[in-house]
Design a protein around this ligand. Structure first.
Ligand code: ADP
Length: 599
């Protein structure tokens, strides 16, 4: 039995020592040696006061005497901040519990000593973390609501000094007449700074023990800026919507007003040209031709402008269907063949096989017609024009190649702008409207395709455009590659996402701040948003809240992929969450479910 006790004593992680009435150490276990730096022999020749820092030594002696007179148990953890003096002279923080025992009729004391330097340094680190974190943190008493502690960011955010805070309650921060300041639910609320300025903050509370009291730690993020930004976005959007509506309404009615008299002009000049009202002399015929040509030009211009304004206002309706490209190309080519032949151009078409596109038939015809007319217009006599189609990455690509005058590289992008014509190539001849390619680009954007040109001046041009092949789910109807917007600032994580998703035909767009995420989401209307929650200086949760708060982005599914992800994000509107690290299969399965690809 004795042996067992001895064994226990030897193995105990705390220092255990026995002290006699005079303060002499009569027993010490190995942990005492480790904590205090003395060998057991040395300890057994010492008095307990030798281990007490000089300043407290006298007090200790008195204390020991009084304890001996009225011995009682004193458990650990309730004591003051005690220090022990190590052999090397260093004072270390310790917790000590003591209890009286009787040894051979004499009153001895057993002391258990625990080295708490590690715990203390941990507490110190936590304190520093609290102090240095860039969000405002306050601790307040659960019952009295009085502040018990605040960090420096709280001082910066609110403008009160630490002392002022400690004399206030959380109620003092609330905006008058706007509910409770903090003790209600987590979430956004209005607070007042010392200078009377109102700020909007996002509060999250965590219950805790603070110096033995029941308290709440509340983390307050200043979201005033973000709110303003959201409001501005909303305002701008409404303004832009109103303006665009007004513009397209104006254009629609103007075009209508212009078209009616134009039809009359065109109709009557045709009648005249046909000699219905008697034969015309040569000069009159020439005059009539001028009238016809220019009124036709005006009509095209008006129709183009109307188209463009409709597209820009999002009012152009698309009747998407599966279209067989071969017949469409044949028809269009046939319709311009007379023009080509009249100019001495060869116009060929390489069979498009059984290619199908998911698009609006009328619009694709318009596109092709536009490219062919341009090719005819800008290719000198004797040249040739070729139309081809092929399939690549779930897209059909249609190319119109000519051997014409070509487009200098510096104009390859701008020719798709409205009213842009390459002056040198068209030599000031106002043959077109300068709107054709701009309309093409916009039509294709709406149908989920792209258009571009490859060309060298003098050698000819190749205009190519793509269209999605066949229909998919509603969200990806217009896109072959669903767009995934990822709020992720870590480059390694980005690389990984790219590896996982891009090879699976997803288009990835990365952003690294909440602001950028909002702007991009509004701009590209992604099929899915992936959110990381840990970002420098901000929390992805705010992005979630903003995305779900804006009318324009509310319906875009948001999935949280973060080490911090848990159920709570679902309540905030996320459709799913994955906790990092995420396996490839799991991520891909989720993305496929939330943003299905077109077939
Ligand atoms: P438009 O043909 O009515 O002027 P577009 O928007 O269709 O307007 O074309 C814009 C400009 O692009 C043309 O004015 C011309 O300078 C250039 N362009 C278009 N197609 C060709 C082509 N096949 N070859 C050379 N230049 C071209």
């Amino acid at each position: 039995m004795d042996n067992r006790f001895e064994y226990l004593l030897e193995a105990a992680p705390d220092g255990v020592m026995e002290v006699d009435r005079s303060g002499r150490i009569v027993l010490a276990n190995p942990s005492c040696e480790r904590i205090l730096g003395y060998s057991r022999e040395e300890l057994l020749s010492m008095r307990v006061e030798d281990l007490v820092p000089l300043a407290q030594r006298r007090g200790h002696e008195r204390h020991r005497a009084s304890f001996a007179d009225a011995p009682s148990l004193r458990p650990m953890g309730q004591s003051l901040r005690l220090r022990a003096l190590r052999k090397d002279g260093v004072e270390i923080p310790v917790q000590i519990s003591i209890s009286p025992i009787q040894v051979a009729g004499e009153a001895h004391t057993v002391a258990v000593i625990r080295d708490v330097s590690e715990a203390e340094s941990l507490a110190e680190q936590t304190r520093q973390l609290f102090e240095l974190t860039p969000v405002a943190c306050c601790v307040y008493d659960q019952e009295t609501l009085r502040f018990l502690d605040v960090n420096s960011q709280a001082i910066v955010t609110y403008g009160y000094s630490r002392e002022e805070f400690l004399s206030m309650t959380v109620q003092d921060l609330r905006c008058s007449g706007r509910g409770e300041a903090m003790q209600d639910e987590d979430g956004p609320r209005c607070h007042l700074r010392k200078n009377g300025e109102q700020i909007e903050v996002e509060a999250r509370r965590h219950p805790m023990q603070y110096r033995g009291r029941l308290a709440q730690l509340v983390v307050l993020r200043d979201i005033t800026e973000r709110r303003r930004f959201e409001e501005r976005l909303e305002e701008e959007r409404t303004r832009a919507e109103t303006a665009s509506r007004a513009k397209s309404e104006f254009l629609a009615s103007m075009s209508h007003e212009l078209r009616s008299p134009l039809h009359t002009i065109i109709g009557f000049s045709e009648l005249l040209a046909e000699g219905m009202e008697g034969p015309l002399n040569e000069k009159q015929t020439r005059f009539i031709r001028h009238i016809q040509k220019d009124s036709q030009h005006l009509l095209t211009l008006i129709n183009d402008i109307l188209d463009l304004s409709k597209i820009e206002a999002g009012r152009l309706e698309f009747h998407l269907e599966v279209i067989a490209l071969q017949s469409l190309i044949d028809e269009t080519v046939a319709s311009v063949l007379p023009q080509a032949e009249a100019k001495g151009l060869s116009l060929k078409c390489i069979a498009a096989g059984g290619l199908e596109a998911w698009a609006d038939r009328v619009r694709v015809h318009q596109l092709l017609l536009n490219l062919l007319s341009n090719a005819i217009k800008f290719t000198p006599a004797g040249g040739s024009i070729l139309v081809e189609a092929s399939e690549k990455n779930h897209m059909v690509e249609i190319r119109v190649t000519d051997t014409g005058i070509g487009v200098p590289p510096e104009h390859h992008e701008s020719i798709f702008d409205v009213f842009y014509q390459v002056a040198a190539t068209t030599k000031g001849v106002r043959e077109g409207t300068g709107l054709g390619l701009a309309i093409c680009r916009r039509l294709l954007e709406q149908m989920g395709g792209k258009i571009w040109v490859e060309s060298k001046p003098g050698e000819g041009s190749k205009f190519s455009f793509t269209l999605p092949t066949t229909a998919g789910e509603p969200s990806s109807q217009r896109r072959d590659r669903p767009i995934v917007l990822a709020l992720e600032d870590d480059s390694a994580a980005r690389e990984l996402l790219r590896e996982y998703l891009e090879v699976n035909s997803y288009e990835l767009v990365f952003v690294d701040s909440i602001r950028e995420a909002l702007v991009k989401a509004l701009e590209i209307q992604p099929d899915l948003v992936l959110l990381d929650l840990l970002l420098p200086g901000e929390s992805g949760l705010e992005a979630l809240r903003s995305l779900k708060g804006l009318r324009e982005t509310r319906d875009i599914p948001v999935a949280v992929v973060s080490v911090m992800a848990d159920d709570s994000v679902l309540k905030m509107g996320a459709v799913e969450y994955l906790t990092k690290p995420v396996a490839k299969d799991k991520l891909l399965a989720m993305v496929r479910r939330l943003a299905p690809r077109a077939k």
